[in-house]
Ligand binder design. Structure first.
Ligand code: AMP
Ligand code: MG
Length: 502
């Protein structure tokens, strides 16, 4: 099986082996290369392009330790994070994938990212170590392979906030500035992000395999993904269908978790949906302020394809693309394979609904589910939309011992909620504590994130970001009240927009 197979050294390995620094062996790198053992259809050997003057601007010490790396050593290794020096044992490659972008199929691949290898942690877990913004690859098309400081710090802040919120996500180990300028709408300081993921296999990786038309490649990728992420499905009767349903289950849960905290991914193309079930690719993502299912922040999402309320529907659409790619593995007769896939994909709705309801009930301090709970939740959301109530702060207020909500139009709902909670055997205190575990007091507010990024990018002042990260590390801390991190943007603030591919 590919995971266990020792990969063959690549032909141009010697070209990529930038001399390792002697101090590296002390950093704790323990890199393996199971993905590189897949057929070359799925990757191209490619070294990162060195940058002019790498400077570490942030290093995630707790994450480094979890990975078995020594932060005090990494602190001196800006050149590793800039791609100038390879960590010990690295075998850099760019991954091939395709994807549906805004509904249209296209071939893509890592155009500005390099997988250095898979770090084996002290507890035996396996994580991809990827440099993002590390220069051109065979998949760069016309892109420069680079990234700007603001967007890389944005990914750092939001992915770490998502992790602290308890949502599966890729993580961020470090950001370096490159000493180079990248040309976008305006010149930006260049940067490289080191991203950590359970893996970077995407729905689009399967679409790539299917588009290349070779069943063996597809099967090898599926077997590899099963072994790496869903080993429990390997023994089932139709293991590929069980694998597909397990991916669907993780995605149904993940999207429900996004919905519970008002997260809008912004660019749910199939290449940005990870098979392992982590949130991936923090481009134009943002958090909703006042509740409105039509909320869109991305400057290019003109038709609201990736609007907040459309995310479950798009997840199912993306999973249908995965099922399509997997058809030859579901059944050798295409007609029967399509029937199997169609029937299976129908279950997304009920899977999602189950997770959504469970999370929303917890947000309202309910321990079990009653028939009328769905109405109770939907009526609250209707009121929030009509009164343009802030999503996070409304739930935060409801999580107080005695919620201070005086709006007369809201009193009848409050009475219904009170009666429902009183039916429970659990105490009010237990109910409040359940709510506080599910309703964040702090989320990465868009205006706060922007302030942190402009201080970093325009003035090389990283203190604003550090302070924000400290608050976001404890999102469920209801014992503090830091008004500037709780306040929604000022009513007169201009409409917030986010951008792709920056
Ligand atoms: P994203 O919008 O980040 O998901 O990227 C979509 C595709 O565009 C991926 O194949 C990326 O590798 C590629 N891409 C994005 N930015 C660049 C860039 N500056 N240079 C080369 N490729 C890029
Ligand atoms: Mg992407």
């Amino acid at each position: 099986m590919p995971l266990l197979k020792k990969p063959k050294p690549s032909q141009n390995q010697h070209l990529m082996s930038i001399v390792s620094d002697s101090f590296q062996s002390t950093a704790g790198w323990k890199l393996e290369h199971s993905y590189a053992g897949l057929p070359t259809l799925f990757h191209r050997s490619n070294a990162p392009e060195p940058v002019r003057d790498p400077k570490l601007v942030i290093l995630n010490h707790p994450l480094a330790s979890e990975l078995g790396l020594k932060p005090e050593v990494l602190q001196r290794q800006a050149r590793v994070f800039g791609g100038n020096v390879l960590p010990e044992g690295a075998r850099p490659l760019a991954q091939a994938y395709a994807g549906h972008q805004y509904g249209h199929f296209t071939t893509l691949g890592d155009g500005r990212a390099i997988l250095l290898g898979e770090q084996i942690t002290p507890t035996g877990e396996r994580f991809d170590i990827q440099l993002k913004g590390s220069g051109q690859t065979p998949f760069s098309r016309n892109g420069d392979g680079r990234a700007g400081l603001g967007p890389m710090l944005r990914e750092y802040i939001i992915s770490e906030a998502m992790h602290a919120l308890g949502i599966p996500t890729t993580r961020s180990l470090a950001v370096v500035t490159t000493g180079e300028t990248v040309r976008r709408m305006r010149p930006l300081p260049g940067a490289v992000l080191t991203r950590i993921a359970a893996s970077h296999i995407r729905v689009g990786t399967f679409e790539w395999a299917a588009a290349k038309g070779r069943k063996e490649g597809l099967q090898t990728l599926a077997d590899y993904s099963i072994q790496r992420h869903y080993p429990e499905t390997a023994e089932s009767e139709n293991s590929y269908l069980t694998f597909f349903e397990s991916v669907m289950e993780r995605q149904a849960k993940l999207i429900s978790q996004w919905m519970h905290i008002g997260f809008i991914h912004g660019v749910m193309n199939t290449d940005n949906m990870a098979i392992c079930g982590e949130t991936i690719d923090y481009g134009p993502c943002a958090f909703m302020d006042s509740y409105d299912p039509d909320t869109v922040f991305s400057s290019i999402d003109h038709h609201g394809r990736y609007a907040y309320g459309n995310q479950p529907h798009i997840a199912q659409w993306n999973l249908a693309r995965l099922a399509e790619a997997l058809l030859p593995l579901f059944h050798e007769d295409e007609k029967q394979a399509i029937e199997i896939a169609n029937e299976s994909i129908q279950s997304f709705q009920s899977r999602y609904q189950k997770h959504w309801l469970a999370g929303m009930s917890a947000k309202l301090g309910l321990f079990s589910e009653e028939a009328d709970d769905s109405d109770l939740i939907h009526d609250l959301l209707k009121w929030m939309q009509a009164s343009q109530a802030d999503f996070t702060n409304t739930f935060r207020t409801l999580s107080q011992e005695s919620p201070d909500l005086t709006d007369p139009t809201f009193q009848s709902w409050l009475l219904r909620w009170k009666a429902r909670r009183e039916q429970q055997s659990q105490s009010r205190q237990e109910s409040v504590s359940l709510m506080r575990r599910h309703n964040p007091a702090y989320i990465p507010r868009n205006h706060q994130v922007e302030e942190a990024l402009s201080a970093a990018s325009d003035r090389a002042d990283f203190s604003v970001m550090q302070r924000l990260l400290e608050v976001l590390a404890k999102p469920y801390d209801h014992s503090t009240s830091i008004p500037e991190y709780m306040a929604p943007p000022a009513a007169d603030a201009c409409e917030y927009q986010t951008f792709c591919g920056t």
